[in-house]
Design a binder for this molecule. Structure first.
Ligand SMILES: [Zn+2]
Length: 307
């Protein structure tokens, strides 16, 4: 079981009334700490990260109004990238919440409230909605944010990107985007690219794997075959020309196309990370120090006496 599978299971058990539901962080050392983006809503202060059952020192907490990602290179994106690269964040979670006021505020209301604060309409961009990243669905906002993070060049392929929605009343988590599945899909796509590149090499090889006149080049490497063919052609061309013969093309000529394609395949095979075999993607950082069990118990529900 991977980290967020365990988090969701423990959370749902806790919501169902199991007071012992919790997480053993030591079992997921490779997947911690989490780098999470949530809304600034103060009701989340006592709720997160306890509804996940993750120890506070393994929870890198980024916040902005509406947990909005405006673009693949935005300020929040840069912070997420640094959270992973500098602070060792091993998995990313975008965590939206129900009853989000950013979602409930209309453009007219926003302009009105800004005006009340002395911010005139004329100093704001034409498309205020787009500028602030306003949204009409908490779920869609999380899904969109995950897509942007996943596609950002600042986040490498080794980091799963999850999307969750927390019920601000009950603390129940809903898993909107399974970062492990997206991770596997991306890995498959890359394997397709590598495979098709390999097929291209094979096709190119069939072009060079033939007899030229009386000469045959069996079982030679693609590059050698092409070079020999060039030598042969050069000598034939030379035979039609007045002596002295033209020199053959230098051996140090740029590599032919097939070698370039082969190089890409080799490079990909060496450098593309292997999909996790039932485990978490490996973090480049040493496992954080995590206390042994007892488990971090999941605490759900709002603080008593407050609403
Ligand atoms: Zn909110």
């Amino acid at each position: 079981m991977r980290l967020f599978e365990a988090i969701l299971e423990a959370n749902h058990r806790a919501v169902a009334g199991d007071r012992d539901a919790g997480l053993h962080p030591a079992q997921f050392a490779d997947a911690l700490p989490i780098a999470a983006l949530t809304c600034i809503d103060v009701r989340l202060n006592p709720l997160i990260p306890s509804v996940l059952g993750v120890p506070a020192d393994q929870f890198i907490w980024l916040r902005n109004a509406g947990n909005i990602i405006t673009g693949p290179l935005s300020s929040t994106m840069r912070s997420l990238a640094l959270a992973c690269a500098v602070k060792g964040g091993a998995e990313i979670a975008i965590i939206g919440h129900t009853d989000c006021q950013v979602c409930k505020t209309s453009t007219i209301q926003l302009l009105e409230r800004l005006k009340n604060l002395g911010v005139e309409r004329r100093v704001l961009p034409d498309n205020v909605n787009e500028f602030f990243g306003m949204f009409g669905s908490e779920r869609q906002n999380v899904i969109k944010a995950c897509e942007i993070v996943r596609s950002s060049p600042l986040i490498g392929p080794k980091i799963p990107v999850h999307g969750l929605l927390v019920d601000i009343e009950t603390g129940k988590l809903e898993w909107l985007v399974n970062g492990y599945q997206a991770w596997a899909t991306m890995s498959d796509k890359w394997n397709d690219v590598v495979r098709s590149a390999g097929e291209t090499v094979d096709k190119l090889k069939t072009l060079t794997d033939f007899n030229i006149g009386e000469m045959k080049f069996p079982e030679t490497k693609i590059g050698e075959t092409v070079t020999k063919a060039e030598d042969w052609l050069a000598s034939k061309i030379g035979a039609f020309q007045a002596p002295p013969q033209q020199p053959a093309p230098p051996q140090s000529a740029p590599p032919p196309g097939p070698s370039v394609a082969g190089g890409i395949v080799d490079f990909a095979a060496k450098h593309w990370p292997k999909p996790p075999a039932g485990g978490q993607p490996r973090s480049p950082h040493p496992p954080p120090k995590i206390p042994s069990p007892p488990p971090i118990r999941v605490r759900v529900g709002p603080p008593r006496g407050k609403k």
